[in-house]
Design a protein around this ligand. Structure first.
Ligand code: SF4
Length: 927
């Protein structure tokens, strides 16, 4: 067994990971105690990293036009077809769409190839959907895309303000650090500003449940309030900022009374004034903001409204002070560093940066091979797919992302991909639904195989190390790009043999002519010249890293000098605007979208770890109790949202943390997991005019109950070789939930669209005139006939199982809604026994129909993913007197590892206290 250091590939916290490797496999992962981002902690996603690995389900061979080919054929075909498109349609007819999942070295060579050598500016990244507004706000205010703070600033602050950030779910380790800091320092206050009551509210001293989209009004109001109450730092403003008067005048254009601001934001005025007072009266304030701010048509303005308040109070460049944008993805920052956004050129230089085009041309020596770099920015994400739709872009290379899920108007994105004459997809998973659009498929390496660097939200560059060889013929993205470049005739410029050489060039470019008036803040020239061993051993370090700061830089702007020509920060006049997606009678509900605790993006990786599927197994719709009652939907039933370009079906979760008139859906479900739960179809493609970031937090939708005639659950052994289409085609709703050795299919169908009469069934629909003959259906659909079955006389529910001649459980079935399911962990383990070759033990056969062992109580939904502790066990322990998180942890171990479930545990304790005699149901945490 050997141990190796690497970093987690999921969120922007960028935790260090210690991987234990044995016999060519990663058998365990732990948090790296020496990594400054996490000091040994991991959240549940990070803890399950080793459970997501393995060669099964991986892409291992290149494909051209649906036919497997060798690499030489694939690379030559890519080069030939890109050349042909450019020859006939011009340089700018080719484009690339990248991802914050790529490593910096992958990003660097892709950016260099497309902008430097193919001569097209159309290279953008899915980071556009995540933090482009924060980037734009940084540039406008600081003169550079520079995050001023470090994670330790959260621990050194007197006040931490979380805006549009469910830190507990989306950056769990950072949340844990803040929580511990608060426990150690009871004077540290936390304010949460978010339309939803999320688990993050567990540590909030003050919660402002503002109206979606009113953040800019709240912060311009704060600026006006600070001025009125004489809470400005006039000395700092005088010396280090410009534009204060204009910013204040804009803030005062609307009624600046607390009552008016509170009314506009729909928050309690006393609470609002408390926040204003706390913000203004503390110097060491960190305002941490995330997608709730960025994913808006005024996201850049919102970022600047926050930054304005920090500048006005001199709350920046100090320990525990500053505006702090947290990125969603592991290497969104690294992508920004190399120039991976369409409006960037390279190394934090834009097209309009004086001298930048000439400087980059000379550094890359592109003038000898192509006429020149593009002379202006390319299409940002949404505009890129519109250009494809118009036929202007004819070739698209997509790496490590699925725009057909995450972009608004996903229906149009799919249509554009279908229309695009050449779609090249670099991907590691064989079941990614984007592959359906690919003319050329290039199998890429994944986490544990990829080798390079990433930069987290605090500007910390860390090594993500290649620990295992890629399976089959999968290759690293940087290698694929360079091999294509060679076949395009640019071999000399892409003759790298390993990632360290690419990183060295990236570091040298960052320091190239980086002095005097051309000085750029992003400078890692201190890391240039690392040999292979030094690169391999590189310890986490925060940029800038140069001769002045050889050990990196924890905090920026400590001297009050910014990256603007005169060294002064810019305060922007901000005029609040409402969301562009307007509500009306047809679509009266405000749609919020986001991540859930245990999943990552489109679940291609996290979906491989069964325990990560337990927390929220199906796509869902969160809605306030009053709205649920008014719209006729109940907890656990199915409902449909109708939006701009399509619909979304999910299971209803009634939540008192949801504001009235608003619903929340998760972003993760692709067609591979459910055909009808892509949230991108619900959103209009309205963009921030500065950053080009889509307004993903402010959709407009209508909700209706999905009246189905039947529901059913089917578990099928993975090795039974049954295709999904058979039962998906006849279902109005389906969701696939991997459980290890079997797949759970949640199915619903029948009923009528809009019944004028009829009897509500137990599954929220209308009873079918005749009950389905499920046994006949099972016999027809599955290769192993039903061997055991029974019907509950009271409910009429059928349970059945298929056991083969060897005694192996092949499938299990229950008609009815999933809230009546027994313990699926026990059932799933029975499929595992078959996989172990031990045969299904006779006692288990007798208990199969019941779906649980005598000693295995039905756990209900899993609350603690780390220790797989279910809701019913927790409720049982609470009823026996465990009325604290600590007591539950001592008895059941829940909440004792990553801590992500602690808010939910607290919520269960509160619920149980309040409803001691009520039937337990799934609840959403309400702080
Ligand atoms: S907090 Fe983020 S980086 Fe850290 S382990 Fe969890 S997902 Fe990975």
């Amino acid at each position: 067994m050997r141990e190796a250091r690497t970093t987690c590939p999921y969120c922007g916290v960028g935790c260090g990971v210690l991987a234990s490797i044995e016999n060519g496999e990663i058998v365990d992962v732990q948090g790296d105690p020496e990594h400054p981002a996490n000091f040994g902690r991991l959240c549940v996603k990070g803890s399950a990293l080793h459970e997501t690995l393995g060669s099964h389900g991986r892409l291992t061979r290149p494909r051209v036009d649906g036919v497997e080919v060798d690499w030489e054929t694939a690379l030559a075909t890519v080069a030939e077809r890109l050349t042909a498109v450019q020859a006939t349609r011009g340089r700018q007819a080719v484009a690339a769409y990248l991802s914050g999942q790529l490593l910096t070295e992958d990003y660097y060579v892709a950016n260099k190839l497309f902008k430097g050598f193919l001569g097209t500016p159309h290279l953008d990244t899915n980071s556009r959907l995540c933090m482009a507004s924060a980037v734009a706000a940084h540039k406008r205010a600081f003169g550079a895309d520079a995050v001023p703070c470090s994670y330790e600033d959260l621990e050194e602050a007197e006040l931490v303000v979380l805006v549009g950030s469910n830190l507990a779910w989306n950056h769990p380790v950072l949340y844990q650090r803040l929580k511990v800091a608060k426990q150690r320092n009871p004077l540290l206050r936390v304010v949460v500003i978010d339309p939803r009551v999320t688990d993050t509210c567990e540590i909030a001293d003050l919660y402002l449940g503002l109206k979606p989209g009113s953040d800019a009004r709240l912060f311009t109001g704060l600026l006006a309030w600070m001025a009125k109450r004489n809470k400005l730092d006039r000395v700092y403003l005088e010396a280090h900022a410009q534009g204060f008067e204009e910013a204040l005048a804009a803030a005062r254009e609307q009624d600046a009374s607390v009552e008016a601001i509170a009314a506009d934001c729909d928050v309690d005025s006393e609470r609002l004034e408390t926040f204003f007072y706390w913000f203004a009266s503390h110097l060491h304030v960190v305002t941490l903001f995330s997608q709730g701010v960025n994913q808006s048509t005024s996201g850049t303005d919102k970022g600047n409204a926050i930054i304005n308040c920090h500048l006005a109070g001199g709350k920046i460049g100090l320990p525990g002070a500053g505006p702090f944008s947290i990125t969603g993805q592991p290497n969104a920052m690294g992508g920004r560093e190399v120039g991976g956004l369409a409006n960037q050129l390279a190394a934090h230089m834009d097209y309009d940066t004086p001298g930048a085009r000439d400087r980059v041309t000379r550094f890359w020596s592109t003038e000898r091979l192509v006429p020149c770099l593009p002379d202006g920015p390319g299409h940002k994400a949404v505009a890129l797919f519109e250009a494809i739709e118009r036929g202007e872009v004819q070739a698209l290379w997509i790496m490590a992302t699925n725009p057909a899920v995450s972009l608004p108007r996903a229906d149009r994105v799919r249509a554009a991909l279908e229309k695009c004459p050449l779609v090249i997809v670099s991907e590691c998973m064989a079941d990614a639904d984007l592959l359906a659009y690919a003319d050329i498929v290039l199998p890429a390496s994944s986490w544990s195989e990829k080798d390079g660097t990433v930069t987290n939200s605090e500007r910390r560059i860390s090594r993500q190390r290649g620990l295992l060889p890629p399976p089959g013929e999968a290759r690293h993205d940087w290698w694929i790009v360079c091999e294509v470049a060679k076949r395009l005739g640019f071999g000399e410029a892409f003759d790298y043999t390993r990632p360290s050489e690419i990183f060295d060039e990236h570091a040298r470019l960052s320091g190239f002519e980086n002095e005097g008036e051309s000085r750029r803040l992003f400078d890692i020239s201190g890391l240039a010249g690392l040999d292979r061993a030094a690169y391999d051993a590189l310890a986490p370090i925060q940029w800038p890293v140069n001769a002045s700061a050889p050990h990196g830089t924890a905090r920026l702007f400590t001297d009050g000098r910014f990256a603007t020509p005169d060294g002064r920060a810019r305060m922007l006049p901000v005029r609040p605007r409402p969301p562009a997606q307007a509500l009306d009678d047809a679509r009266p509900l405000r749609l919020n979208t986001g991540r859930i605790r245990d999943q990552w993006h489109t679940m291609t990786r996290t979906g491989r770890a069964p325990r990560l599927m337990n927390h929220r197994a199906e796509p869902f719709i969160e809605i306030a109790p009053e709205d649920a009652a008014e719209l006729g939907v109940a907890e656990h039933t199915l409902a449909r949202l109708n939006g701009a370009g399509g619909s979304y079906i999910g299971r209803v979760r009634v939540s008192r943390g949801q504001r009235r008139g608003e619903v929340f859906v998760p972003m993760h479900w692709s067609r591979h997991f459910s055909a009808t739960a892509g949230m991108g179809a619900l959103l209009e493609a309205h963009l921030d005019p500065v950053s080009g970031q889509p307004e993903s937090k402010h959709g407009a939708v209508a909700l209706e109950p999905l009246r189905v005639g039947w529901e059913a659950t089917l578990l099928v052994a993975d090795d039974l070789g049954v295709a999904q289409a058979a039962w998906c085609d006849e279902s109005r709703y389906w969701a696939r939930i991997p459980l290890g050795d079997c797949q759970r299919w949640q199915l619903a169908g029948g009923g009528v669209e809009r019944p004028s009469s009829g009897v509500e069934s137990a599954c929220g629909g209308v009873k079918e005139k005749a009950e389905r003959d499920w046994l006949a259906w099972l016999e027809a659909e599955l290769p192993v006939a039903p061997t055991l079955w029974c019907t509950d006389p009271a409910s009429g529910r059928l349970r059945a199982a298929g056991v083969d001649e060897a005694g192996r459980l092949r499938w299990w079935f229950m008609s009815g809604p999933p809230r009546e399911l027994p313990n699926l962990a026990w059932l799933a383990a029975r499929f595992g026994e078959a996989a172990c070759g031990e045969g299904l033990a006779p006692p288990h056969r007798r208990r199969l129909l019941a779906g649980c062992d005598d000693g295995a109580a039905n756990q209900g939904p899993v609350v603690c993913s780390c220790h797989q502790v279910g809701q019913r066990a927790i409720l049982g322990a609470i009823r026996e007197g465990d009325d604290s998180v600590e007591a539950l942890g001592a008895r059941l171990a829940c909440g004792t590892q990553c801590g992500s479930c602690i808010p939910e545990l607290k919520s269960l304790i509160e619920e149980e206290r309040a409803h001691a005699s009520a039937e337990p149901t799934e609840v959403t945490a309400v702080a």
